[in-house]
Design a protein around this ligand. Structure first.
Ligand code: PMP
Length: 285
């Protein structure tokens, strides 16, 4: 079935789903978004995603023309209209059409867009045997410039690092912050396991607080695995027993090589496998 795309309360065929070229989302990447999964017809952690969307909007002075409840309903109804059992949702709010200048006050009509499409994951092989990543030379945005906690439409910072990943023959790149500490990957959060302890960079390191990250931390605590959010460096990566990434599209994916160095024994580790299975189970609950 051809996708039906929601724009401001109406559903459109893909070919007719259009917004103004004067939209500041197009002109400046001025807007916010979410990526969400549908598992067995149910939207995964919708409240968390809607809350993060409203926090992102608030942080960039963008007023969303719907209440969070109406936004959640818009997502649910678009999923139903598309009759998707397994899928990926892209929820977007742009600043709206305005003048060619930056001034957000000159915009009038924020566009609320919901796209429901198929999910594209990393190749299965990488879930079974682990993935390789490289450290990007492009650092993650400084929180005092554009805070990575804001999921804004301006993703060039991540795209620059993604280009480095691709040029190195990888799917993902590790991004550091200005201090040289681990931040996150271009579209995924990073976790390490050392001597049975799960470690991941804190929000202060300059990261998006991933919904999957939050779910995995809960699952780990419930399983009695200690969870810490210390400052981490590449030394911690190279000497880790296990490494994995989390993200809405990626779920939990083992990392077995970073910058050409094998992590642990170079195979997906037991805690990674355990958390991956626990996460799968959570999505089916
Ligand atoms: N970091 C970045 C930069 C992201 O874009 C994403 C989402 N794709 C994540 C982390 C993971 O967040 P989530 O688990 O909410 O998808």
């Amino acid at each position: 079935m051809a996708p039906k795309i929601y724009i401001n309360g109406k559903l459109y065929d893909k070919a007719d789903a259009k917004i103004s070229v004067y939209d500041h989302g197009v002109l400046y990447g001025d807007g916010v978004f979410e990526g969400i999964r549908v598992y067995a017809g149910k939207v995964f952690r919708l409240k968390e995603h809607v809350d993060r969307l409203y926090d992102s909007a608030r942080a960039v002075y963008l007023e969303i023309p719907l209440t969070p409840k109406q936004m959640a309903e818009a997502v649910e109804s678009t999923v139903r209209a598309n009759a998707k059992q397994e899928g990926y949702i892209r929820l977007i709010v742009t600043r709206g059409a305005g003048s060619l200048g930056l001034d957000p006050r000159k915009t009038s009509d924020p566009q609320v867009i919901v796209i429901v499409d198929d999910i594209v994951m990393y190749p299965q092989e990488l879930y079974d045997h682990g993935m390789e990543i490289v450290t990007a030379s492009s650092i993650r945005n400084h929180p005092n410039a554009l805070n990575p906690r804001v999921k804004s439409l301006n993703y060039l910072n991540n795209i620059m690092a993604k280009v480095e990943a691709i040029r190195a023959g990888c799917h993902e790149a590790l991004m550091l912050n200005i201090k040289g500490e681990l931040a996150e990957c271009t579209g995924d959060n990073i976790f390490l396991v050392k001597q049975g302890v799960l470690k991941t960079p804190a929000p202060d390191a300059g990261i998006l607080e991933g919904v999957t990250r939050g779910a995995v931390m809960e699952l780990a605590r419930a399983a009695g695995i200690p969870v810490q959010e210390p400052a981490l460096t590449r030394h911690d990566v190279y000497t880790a027993d296990e490494c994995f990434l989390t993200g809405t599209a990626a779920e939990v994916i083992p990392i077995v090589k970073v910058d050409g160095r094998p992590i642990g024994n170079g195979k997906p580790g037991p805690i990674t496998r355990q958390l991956r299975e626990a996460f799968h189970e959570l999505t089916r609950r």
